[in-house]
Design a protein around this ligand. Sequence first.
Ligand code: DC
Length: 233
Amino acid sequence: MRRVNIAIDGFSSCGKSTLAKQLAHHLGYTYIDSGAMYRAVALHAMESGLVRNGALDLPGLLGVLGSLDIGFKYDDEVQRSTTWLNGRNVEGMIRGMEVSRHVTLVSPVPEVRAKLVSLQKALGAQGGVVMDGRDIGTVVFPDAEVKFYMTASTEVRARRRFLELTGRGEDVDYATVLENIRQRDEDDTRRKADPLRKAPDAIEIDNSDLSAEEQFQLALGHVARAIGEKAEA
Ligand code: DC
């Protein structure tokens, strides 16, 4: 039986990756964090001097975009997938506030999106993928058998992100994290290219008051139904 694809979209720090990893683990599917790919492009731009005074050198980025090699490798030691950029493990580097601050310089660029969307489509071509992002149910896998659109209040999301960053030892204050989330929400919904939208056939889950386990059980019920329906079809 062909395995289905599961698309999970929503604002930043909505618990998308927590749910995606739980579902992938339970179903034996591959989890793909599409945001990591945009973060890797942002990291490359920052490291190559293509971001100056908060502005992107667009012609410079377009000049190197074709040669950027972005992908994922499973790390046996930490038992999870890690993000690679031009032969280098950049998993740790792409998660910090500096990359979060600059990622919306590169994510609205249509050429960046075209390249990453085509890589993402290829990763899901055989099915059996759980991918999270902003445009997965609308653009990357418009035919995904299961689509979730996740929401939570801005304050709940900022609190989660703050705890995640400080838990990793990053020196940030809550107000900065909240402001970054607000800014990215606006950037993600207002951009012209593939903005964050709920796909008409997506199931919306507001997890402001749900534990990770409650959310997982809720989502799993939907997935089980979709897989069952597909098996019967
Ligand atoms: O999910 P995340 O916060 O790690 O994503 C980082 C940024 O990348 C986010 O601000 C928006 C962008 N992004 C996107 O435009 N499309 C996606 N499919 C995933 C992420």
